[in-house]
Design a protein around this ligand. Structure first.
Ligand code: M6R
Length: 610
């Protein structure tokens, strides 16, 4: 997730771009850059760091231009650095891009053979070179861009300027957002509306496959596949700038909860080939032969990431039949763990900067383990120090309570488990295809799960004044009970516990009385019967039961009237789906209790001290 902005009009474009980038900084903030046309020559200024640093960097030059592009980056391919910052340039073509180009390695190889020289590690740079190669064949910017995009697989929202056609910005989108701002004789492109709200409230939203051409005279839109002009509706933005930054959501946490279908789709993008039944392991340099030899996996993390690690154990042991040990990083680093040969340590960390996780990672390497990190922040310490990285690509997570980072970690673990199971010969081709097919449906099913929001709000209104809360789960959903409890306590300050439901009668059942709400996770799986009897035990002691079950399961409904139904999926992906109502429940309870949802007391987004 990055932020792009473009401007053409009579103002000086430079402050407009910098202002717009500041409003888009929530989309990414590891490096930034602008390009502009001055005396018909392209200029590019970029630097690592936040927009503030870019602003300082260009201040002395007193740049002026009536057209320009800007970009704030959240790295996906290549570390945060000046070279990898956008805009990218090839000849007279300049591009800013938000998205992921899946086939950039093949495209880059092909272009290199034709003499193109690359200066960055990014996927984006191939777009500039492709457009340049078609312009050299005599195509104008529109046609060259269309031809280039025919070769590109993946998601993109791009802004393009050509030195040879100095009065024009092109904008094209597929699966990444792009809006056009329509001012009085001035026009904007942006990843999100806050970037130009200061100048205009009239906007058009580009749809997949649409190309907008912005000139000083106006904006025209066409379909890149049919070449036909498209008539667009102009909308009036009524949001305030602050509201718009959160996409109209009241809090970043809620926005991030709702981003999960997109985030999961980005985690999956380019990771496997359904036709070949193969997982793409290139990015994290693990060969099939390495996986085949694996004797043991350690999963190590903190907080929510540790809950993902617990789910990972169920996935890996069940699918690949490789023994797994799960550790909280602060325990692992001091417990003198025994690391056998041929073992892999999987570190899970959204930020890649958690002190205990980094120390555990170091310790594992010292003891001879290979380390793979499942991480969200490109170029973070964990990703730099690990032997391999599986980036989740869920985009910046700003709310302190982790939501989309968690479900994308689960998605990554699922993909890794299939890869491992395949290498170990534990899954047949047809089983692998079925697992991938189910994964492909996950974003849509998460979207469906989010529809329970209103029912959850009703439940939250009933329970938000309670002092304690119990979450029960079994099997692969036991860690989801832990995660539900963590979410609730960290943002609403209600004391909450997650328990494996079978443990209830070994102690916690003593807590059940008429005031105790108990949320039971009851998907249609191999332990459904067991959780139904645990629910009965709660009910007969007066506990207030809330159940989350698979759509259409009337048997669970018979145990309680507080029901939430989730779309059906396979055993391994049920933790992703069943996390959604728990995120929403914690969110609504916290809002009703008037808590600071995005910045709960005593907590920091990443814990960089021990
Ligand atoms: O960045 P990390 O994944 O390493 O962070 C680990 C924990 O600090 C983090 O998950 C924390 O528990 C969250 N606030 C939970 O919502």
């Amino acid at each position: 997730m990055c932020g792009i902005i473009g401007y053409i009009g009579s103002r000086n474009a430079i402050p407009v771009l910098i202002n717009g980038l500041k409003r888009l900084e929530y989309r990414g903030y590891d490096s930034a850059g602008i390009s502009f046309l001055k005396d018909d020559k392209i200029g590019v200024r970029r630097c690592a760091g936040k927009i503030k640093e870019l602003e300082i960097f260009i201040r002395k030059e007193k740049l002026k231009s009536n057209i320009g592009l800007g970009h704030t980056r959240w790295a996906t391919h290549g570390k945060p650095s000046e070279e990898n910052a956008h805009p990218h340039r090839a000849g007279g073509i300049v591009v800013v891009h938000n998205g992921i180009i899946e086939n950039y390695i093949e495209l880059k190889e092909g272009l290199k053979k034709k003499g193109h020289v690359f200066t960055s590690e990014t996927d984006t740079e191939v777009i500039c070179h492709l457009i340049l190669s078609y312009s050299k064949k005599g195509h104008g910017l529109e046609q060259a861009t269309k031809e280039a995009l025919k070769l590109v697989k993946g998601a993109y929202a791009i802004g393009v300027i050509n030195e040879a056609e100095p009065d024009k910005i092109l904008a094209v989108k597929k699966d990444s957002p792009l809006v056009i701002g329509l001012g009085d004789g001035e026009y904007f492109i942006a990843s999100d509306m806050p970037a130009f709200l200061k100048y205009t409230r009239d906007a058009m939203i580009l749809e997949n496959g649409e190309m907008a051409t912005l000139t000083h005279k106006g904006v025209s839109v066409s379909d890149i596949y049919s070449n036909r002009p498209v008539k667009k509706k102009v909308m009036k933005i009524t949001w305030s700038p602050a509201m718009a930054e959160k996409g109209g959501y009241k809090h970043f946490m809620l926005k991030e909860i709702y981003e999960q279908p997109r985030a999961i789709a980005d985690t999956i993008r380019g990771r496997f080939s359904l036709e070949k039944g193969e997982v793409n392991l290139k990015e994290f340099s693990l060969k099939q032969s390495d996986l085949k030899k694996l004797k043991k996996v350690f999963l190590v993390a903190c907080g929510t990431s540790w809950h993902a690690a617990l789910v990972g154990k169920y996935m890996i042991e069940d699918m690949a039949r490789v023994p797994c040990e799960v550790d909280i990083a602060s325990e692992f680093r001091y417990r003198r763990p025994l690391i056998p040969g041929n073992c892999l340590m999987i570190v899970l960390t959204q930020s890649g900067e958690t002190a205990d996780t980094l120390a555990a990672q170091k310790e594992a390497k010292r003891l001879g383990a290979r380390v793979l990190t499942i991480c969200n922040v490109v170029g973070s310490t964990s990703s730099r120090e690990a032997d391999g990285v599986f980036y989740t690509h869920s985009g910046p997570e700003i709310g302190v309570a982790s939501t989309k980072a968690f479900t994308t970690q689960l998605t990554a673990l699922y993909i890794l488990s299939v890869a491992l199971a395949k290498a170990k010969g534990q899954l047949r081709a047809a089983e692998i295809t079925a697992l991938f097919n189910e994964l492909l449906q996950l974003p849509e099913k998460v979207e469906k799960a989010l529809k329970c929001d209103d029912s959850i709000l009703k439940i939250a209104k009933k329970f938000y004044r309670v002092r304690d809360f119990l979450y029960l789960g079994r099997g692969i959903n036991f860690p989801i009970a832990l995660e539900g409890a963590l979410k609730l306590k960290e943002i609403s300050y209600i004391h909450a516990e997650g328990y494996p439901a079978g443990e209830m009668k070994h102690g916690p059942i003593a807590l059940i009385d008429n005031d105790m709400p108990v949320l039971a996770l009851a998907p249609d799986d191999r332990v459904l019967e067991k959780i139904l009897s645990n629910m009965e035990e709660v009910k007969s002691r007066g506990g207030k039961l809330i159940a989350v079950a698979t759509e259409g399961n009337t048997r669970v409904h018979a145990h309680t009237s507080h029901m939430l139904f989730m779309p059906e999926t396979n055993y391994y992906l049920s933790p992703v789906i069943f996390s959604i109502p728990l995120h929403l429940l914690a969110y609504h309870m916290a809002v009703l209790r008037k808590c600071n949802v995005d910045q709960p007391r005593n907590l920091a987004k990443s814990v960089t001290v021990e």
